[in-house]
Design a protein around this ligand. Structure first.
Ligand SMILES: NC(=O)c1ccc[n+]([C@@H]2O[C@H](COP(=O)([O-])OP(=O)(O)OC[C@H]3O[C@@H](n4cnc5c(N)ncnc54)[C@H](OP(=O)(O)O)[C@@H]3O)[C@@H](O)[C@H]2O)c1
Length: 308
């Protein structure tokens, strides 16, 4: 078979021959890969910058994807730590980490959507005590995960969703996806009275937003839950101590580890159904797996999906 192979943390993946995988125990299935998303997590695990990476090379990247098993079932699967990912003609899966999809599912759409959509879906369902009627601010709302967070917060009954980002033009497109208001980071005080912040940016960008947002709150004793999900603007954030003292702010993270794997897996069927039903707008670009080296560093707003 063919696979994308990475030889070292700073090397790009190369499309080449690879031995066919054979299940190592009865709980494992060898499956055909139909589509696999190129997510930030995929790259970060491969270059060793994500906390869940295991540093084993050579590595076939790919953290999730849509596969077909030998019985013809089409499944969305999330792989555990492995040196054989989904950027291959075939891979090995634990079926307990998968959900069977309807036969007419578009594999590219699912492969593009599940990782970015899961970030807010799981955070609101499994990490914090979110309930319908609350107000939500999405920081970094113009990205794939942020756009989906706007839609998912609405789907879950948020009374108001404010989308924040750095580019007013790109923010404008979020109104059609359900955002009640769009603001650039310098106007963050306009989102002061939200109950939940879904933060994809972190870094100085998030830290700089905290004091203006908290200072403008009508009631600083009203609880505000800040969910740290992505760190596209910086891995560390210089949080002002006053932010934690001057308002009823709690900061929590949501991701692999802070949410148990069983909780993440339990949300997959309903999320897959929502994506399949078209409840979430998805921007996907299918690229042949043979072009993985160029795709790895391609600059695009769409989520690249590699198709063997
Ligand atoms: N914890 C989880 O479960 C989970 C799951 C999925 C994703 N994530 C993380 O969430 C983050 C976003 O993922 P994504 O899939 O949405 O990425 P994406 O599609 O590439 O979008 C990136 C977003 O970040 C913004 N951005 C980039 N650099 C920035 C900066 N220096 N300052 C402010 N904003 C900046 C972009 O704004 P412009 O539109 O202005 O360029 C865009 O909104 C990543 O860190 C990813 O690893 C976490």
């Amino acid at each position: 078979m063919h696979a994308a192979v990475i030889q070292a943390s700073d090397a790009p993946p190369v499309y080449r021959d690879h031995p066919d995988p054979a299940p190592r125990h009865g709980g494992e299935l060898a499956v055909e890969v139909l589509a696999a998303g190129l997510h930030h997590l995929t790259r970060a695990k491969a270059n060793g910058s994500h906390y869940s990476g295991n540093g084993v090379y050579p590595l076939v990247p790919g953290v999730d994807g849509v596969v077909r098993d030998e019985e013809g079932n089409v499944r969305y699967v999330v792989l555990d730590d492995t040196a054989l990912g989904t950027f291959a003609d075939r891979t090995l899966i634990d079926p307990r980490r998968s959900v069977i999809l309807p036969g007419d599912t578009d594999p590219v759409r699912i492969a593009a959507a599940m990782n970015p959509a899961m970030s807010s879906w799981v955070a609101l369902r499994r990490r914090v005590d979110f309930h319908a009627g609350q107000r939500v601010l999405v920081l970094g709302a113009t990205g794939n995960a942020g756009r989906m967070a706007v839609q998912i917060a609405k789907l879950f009954g948020a009374a108001q969703v404010i989308a924040a980002g750095r580019d007013a033009t790109r923010l404008g497109a979020l109104t059609a996806l359900g955002a009640d208001e769009t603001i650039t980071f310098d106007r963050i005080g306009h989102a002061a009275d939200v109950d939940v912040v879904i933060d994809y940016v972190w870094g100085e960008c998030a830290a700089d937003a905290m004091i203006p947002l908290l200072a403008a709150r009508a009631d600083r004793t009203a609880p505000l839950t800040w969910i740290q999900i992505g760190s596209i603007a910086g891995q560390t954030a210089p949080i002002p101590s006053a932010a934690l003292r001057s308002a009823r702010l709690q900061i929590v993270g949501s991701g692999i580890g802070s949410v148990p794997a069983r909780d993440i897996l339990a949300e997959l069927p309903e999320l897959a159904s929502a994506v399949t039903a078209g409840a979430i707008d998805v921007r996907a670009r299918a690229v042949p797996l043979a072009q993985v080296t160029q795709a790895w560093t391609a600059a695009t707003d769409d989520r690249i999906v590699l198709v063997p």
